[in-house]
Write a protein that binds this ligand. Structure first.
Ligand code: MTE
Length: 306
């Protein structure tokens, strides 16, 4: 059974949008057809009850058709069109570097063993759009604990699959994005209970455009930190690479915490537009998760470490 955590700071009084309901019902109907869907833990997890949350969920359609996935191009529509055939099985994820024991994991065995939870999180892209997503996944900490940390496990680097046959932009040798896409976290950020590896959303397996079969979600940071289609996790004793930080360090910091008072050099971060909504709303410090994470940055100048 799936455990539920909303982690929103607004008092839970409202029920999430109707669409969640419909999605779940529709999927549960599908779930009856074992031949179609098999018996993966994601499917087993579908018995969960409706979540209570003041956050209004962004529709499944919006979440799966408006994407950033530069391996498929820079516009928002290409990923949904071009990612359909991404081969997500078999899929191997490795955890190595400064750990007690390196792991080589088959995605299905991993999902079978690790308890999945639903996490309803706000998600804020550095470009100024936002959404609310009911992710399905597990805490990154639970995986890192399996590998065992050491005194040298200070940063975590994540790497997306490198396969130019599947990701057309990776073969563009004159492009300015250094593939494979990489992202990093400090170890305390990685171990924070809010940080998850997602394998699904709306109770369904992730679609390729959203980073199937496994992607990072760090809800208090700009979306570019939430790296997709991960094959490799490497612990390190020094600060690791971050693709956007490498491309334009003055525009994209390593930390990339959502911060309404530190503007991007080319636009304000004070407001954001939720997908499907007409009016903008105020951006929240740490995307609304300050109670859980502000302490991680207590003695840091967030204008400098943006
Ligand atoms: N991961 C990879 N491998 N490649 C990318 O281009 N884009 C990032 C992030 N992860 C990206 C990535 C950015 S900029 C954002 S905003 C989010 O994915 C978007 O996630 P979504 O498409 O599921 O909304």
């Amino acid at each position: 059974m799936l455990r539920r955590h909303n982690y929103d700071l607004i008092p839970s009084s409202e029920i999430t949008s109707e669409s969640l309901y419909h999605e779940r019902r529709a999927f549960m109907k599908l779930g009856a057809s074992a031949a179609l869907l098999g018996t993966s833990p994601l499917m087993a997890a579908l018995g969960f009850e409706k979540s209570k949350s003041a956050l209004e969920l962004t529709s499944y359609d919006q979440i799966t058709t408006y994407n950033n996935f530069y391996e498929y191009g820079t516009d928002k529509e290409s990923p949904a069109k071009l990612a359909k055939n991404l081969k997500v099985r078999p899929w191997t994820l490795t955890v190595g570097g400064e750990v007690q024991k390196s792991l080589t994991l088959d995605i299905d065995s991993l999902i079978k063993k690790i308890p999945l939870e639903e996490r309803i999180y706000r998600f804020r892209c550095v470009e100024g759009w936002a959404m609310v997503v009911p992710w399905v996944g597990f805490s990154l900490a639970s995986l890192l604990k399996q590998a065992g940390l050491t005194s040298k496990s200070k940063y975590v680097e994540f790497e997306t699959l490198f396969d130019p046959l599947q990701f057309p932009q990776q073969s563009k040798s004159f492009g300015n994005i250094p593939f494979p896409y990489r992202e990093g976290l400090r170890i305390d950020e990685a171990m924070n209970p809010l940080t998850i590896l997602a394998v699904g959303l709306y109770g369904k397996e992730l679609l390729p455009q959203n980073g199937a079969p496994i992607r990072l979600v760090v809800p208090w940071k700009y979306g570019f930190k939430s790296i997709k289609s991960i094959v490799k996790i490497t612990l390190s004793n020094h600060q690791t690479r971050s693709t956007w930080n490498q491309i334009a360090p003055n525009e994209y910091g390593f930390y990339a915490n959502v911060n309404p008072s530190v503007d991007h050099p080319r636009w304000s971060q004070a407001r954001e537009r939720v997908l499907g909504k007409f009016f903008k709303q105020d951006t929240l410090a740490f995307n609304g998760y300050g109670n859980q994470v502000a302490h991680l940055y207590k003695n840091m100048d967030l204008r400098k470490f943006y």
